[in-house]
Design a binder for this molecule. Structure first.
Ligand code: EPZ
Length: 436
């Protein structure tokens, strides 16, 4: 398994370009299942999860052309297999996004139940209950979820999610586009990625209203057509690079981003002393303020609040801030795995259940550490950038799932980082990994 070797101490300076959002690209790729016509997606990030989703689409019979590295032309005209197999779902739980489209278009689907993962149990009960509300028969068979629509298709319904679920909202939004009648989703996720998917679905001829608000209404149509769409920038990668500039007392120009999607991330980082200037609609300038970093409490919550996917990166930043910060994780039950690795580098963190208390500033010393999930990996990279000496991060395949060539981007802005290839590591496109 590949490793990153980082020698800390260099300020991160220069300009970096943000890639497309993985968590928008995945549902948009799944949406192509809804039509026999070609869906062309631009600005896809070149990351492992996109390759996995492409494999899933090809496995069910869709045809995927990649005229350029970050453009996929997907045609699901000849889908024969309405199934997402275990070996793919265990690699990437977002494979469950094939469920809604398959049932909506073909009346049936078989998707392996995603197991839990490093950050929590992550059930899909809300997805399944909502599909049943739309008339689907849903049952478990040998570890798979099998869903079948009524003979004449899914029926529009009033759906109220007990918990806000991003992929739950996306799955049901896609399923409802071809249902008979109108579906209303209450307590819907409001993430920018949900809005981006709705924009693509409407380009395909769907009638989705209210995406980005807690109530989404979808009027079912007979069929959907092809479309062309450019994926929004990755707000979590944006936040990660802002932290990289601040924690190393450097200065970054962050291009091809969307500051409007990062309001709460920017607001919170400014609160702790990071200077962030919105240069224009797609460019930010970030640096550590002259007064340094100071502690602040944080609670992760669904969008538009501070995202759980930035919690680990924020924790690393707070190890360098003056004072005590209390971080409360409200979305996932086990998302502090990075804390123990940071402690091994000298961070002063106490974790109890859903809270982590961080005392700073703490001098970080390079060490051999292990990544446990995508965003925890990013927090360890950030710690390595500021630690004294050398940090060796193992299992960086986690980070390859969601950050495009992060070591290349960091090297270009001054980081002393290199990828240590493990002789047995398969190239990016084939190595199966546990799901997130
Ligand atoms: C999406 O996961 C993202 N993944 C995650 O990003 C992100 O952390 C998460 O939303 C929260 O923002 C993609 O979009 C591909 P949820 P998702 O359903 O949809 C519980 C990353 O790092 N729940 O919003 O799987 C669930 O256990 C990844 O890029 C149920 O109980 O998350 C969690 O506690 C990590 N039953 C909460 O709801 C369900 O049926 C929110 O989960 C569904 C969810």
């Amino acid at each position: 398994m590949d490793k990153f070797r980082i020698r800390g101490g260099n300020p991160i300076k220069g300009r970096v370009s943000i890639s497309g959002a993985k968590n928008s690209a995945l549902p948009c790729m799944a949406a192509a299942i809804l039509t026999p016509e070609t869906v062309t997606l631009h600005n896809l990030p070149y990351v492992r999860d996109i390759i996995t989703m492409r494999r899933l689409l090809e496995d069910i019979g869709a045809h995927v052309l990649t005229p350029e590295l970050r453009t996929h032309k997907i045609s699901a005209a000849n889908v024969e297999l309405m199934a997402a197999p275990y070996e793919l779902v265990k690699t990437m739980r977002a494979s469950v996004l094939a469920l809604g489209p398959l049932v909506a278009r073909f009346g049936k689907a078989r998707v392996s139940l995603p197991g839990g993962c490093a950050i929590g149990a992550r059930p899909i009960d809300l997805h399944l209950a909502a599909l049943e509300k739309m008339g689907a028969e849903v049952f478990l068979e040998a570890g798979d979820v099998v869903a079948r629509s009524p003979e004449d298709g899914l029926v529009g319904a009033e759906i109220s999610f007990d918990k806000i679920s991003v992929t739950g909202t996306e799955n049901l939004m896609m399923a409802a586009t071809l249902a008979r009648g109108t579906t209303t989703i209450h307590n819907a996720a409001r993430e920018p990625e949900v809005r981006d998917l709705a924009e693509l679905l409407n380009k395909m001829g769907a009638r989705v209203r209210g995406a980005g608000t807690p109530t989404i209404q979808i009027e079912g149509v007979e069929g959907l057509g092809g479309a062309e769409h450019t994926i929004i920038p990755d707000r979590i990668e944006t936040g990660t690079f802002i932290v990289a500039a601040a924690i190393t007392k450097g200065e970054l120009e962050i291009r091809d981003c969307n500051p409007e999607h990062c309001n709460r991330i920017i607001g919170k980082l400014r609160e702790v002393g990071v200077e962030i200037e919105e240069v224009n609609q797609s460019t930010l300038q970030a640096r550590c303020g002259a007064r340094g970093l100071h502690a602040s409490d944080l609670m992760t919550e669904p969008y538009p609040a501070f995202p759980t996917d930035m919690q680990a990166q924020f924790m690393t930043l707070m190890t360098q801030a003056n004072g005590r910060s209390t971080i409360t994780e409200t979305i996932f039950e086990n998302r502090f795995m990075h804390a123990s690795e940071l402690q091994r580098m000298g961070a002063r963190i106490q974790v109890t259940h859903d809270k982590a208390i961080v005392d700073g500033p703490a001098k970080l010393i390079g060490a051999r550490v292990q990544a446990s999930d995508l965003r925890a990996s990013a927090s360890l990279v950030l710690a390595g950038l500021v630690a004294d000496g050398e940090t060796l991060i193992d299992r960086v395949y986690h980070i390859d799932r969601g950050y495009e060539k992060i070591e290349t981007k960091l090297k270009e802005v001054g980081a002393d980082i290199e990828r240590v290839r493990d002789s047995v590591t398969a190239p990016l496109s084939t190595q199966p990994q546990e799901s997130l």
